[in-house]
Design a protein around this ligand. Structure first.
Ligand SMILES: [Zn+2]
Length: 310
């Protein structure tokens, strides 16, 4: 996850609250499954995070650890009922020269080819400590996305096609720029644009495992999707855990916005030992004991309800 780069206030953000999701735009070919994220799915998601962190630490981008993590995720997806999971290896310019990155992707075909993307980065910030867990950043969203993918895959054919992607190279080496950070998301966004894919929503999850969960929807997200997330949280009873944030957060959703796709970032950027503090972020204190199954379940409920409503 990336630092906040500016603050702003927008009346527009307030206005779009009333736009909401558009549940009836696509004709329903047949009854679509209503997706429900239960308490036990949160427990499974935390179990995934724990297994991932234990098996794939360290996993900084541009290292053999990241490549091993990509392989681990691909195998988990296949074992969880997504047989078309692949590793998409590509090269990109970086401050360390041209380097290889490894996105892990899988598709759950829907009744429509219109696509919803569910995304998490899986790399960790480099230079923190030799055995830096990155339990929340990036373990939490990675473990949750594995469980979301499994659940959707076993729930019958969804209305829209779901594309799952675990993104490499989110973290920057020096400072965010065209050749530093957001490598996996930039690559995937450009690919989808070239394929002229019809994308309904790009939903990025990041740092959503904190026991004290307060998801912020940054200003640089598509207004209708911010509204959709709030409405979904109303439906699931989780509204106290999510709100709008009037600043900008640079994260994996930004390249999709730049490519013209609707995108939203579900992130809790207060990750510390007191409300409003962020002193666990990008430190050796980002460890598994800071996470809870309930926080993963809250995010899981909101995301599945967004899919139900989109
Ligand atoms: Zn980070």
């Amino acid at each position: 996850m990336s630092p906040i780069i500016r603050y702003s206030f927008s009346l527009l953000a307030v206005c779009v609250l009333f736009v909401g999701c558009s549940p009836n735009e696509t004709p329903m070919l047949k009854e679509t499954p209503r997706l429900v994220f239960k308490t036990e799915h949160g427990i499974q998601a935390l179990s995934n995070v724990t297994a991932f962190v234990h098996a794939c630490t360290p996993r900084d981008a541009m290292t053999p650890g990241a490549e091993r993590a990509a392989q681990w995720l691909k195998e988990k997806l296949i074992a969880n009922g997504l047989p078309n999971a692949t590793i998409q290896t590509f090269k990109d310019k970086t401050p360390l020269g041209e380097q290889a990155f490894h996105n892990v992707e899988a598709i759950i075909p829907g009744q429509s080819q219109k696509t919803i993307l569910l995304l998490s980065h899986f790399d960790t910030k480099s230079g923190i400590s030799p055995r830096f867990q990155g339990a929340n950043d990036s373990g939490s969203s990675t473990g949750l996305l594995l469980e979301l993918a499994r659940l959707i895959a076993v729930s019958g054919t969804p209305r829209h096609t779901l594309q799952i992607a675990f993104l490499d190279g989110e973290e920057c080496k020096i400072d965010f720029g065209a050749q530093d950070g957001l490598h996996g998301s930039r690559h995937l966004a450009n690919k989808l644009r070239q394929e002229k894919r019809e994308v309904v929503a790009v939903i990025v999850m990041d740092m959503i495992g904190d026991r004290d969960l307060h998801i912020q929807l940054p200003h640089n997200s598509t207004g209708a999707l911010r509204a959709c997330a709030l409405r979904a949280a109303d439906t699931t009873g989780d509204r106290t855990h999510i709100g709008l944030y009037d600043g900008v957060i640079l994260d994996d959703h930004q390249p999709f916005l730049d490519a013209g796709f609707p995108a939203v970032d579900l992130i809790d950027f207060n990750y510390g030992n007191a409300p409003g503090e962020n002193n666990f972020w990008h430190t050796p204190k980002d460890t598994l004991d800071k996470l809870s199954a309930e926080s993963l379940a809250i995010t899981g409920r909101i995301v599945l309800e967004m899919i139900n409503q989109l």
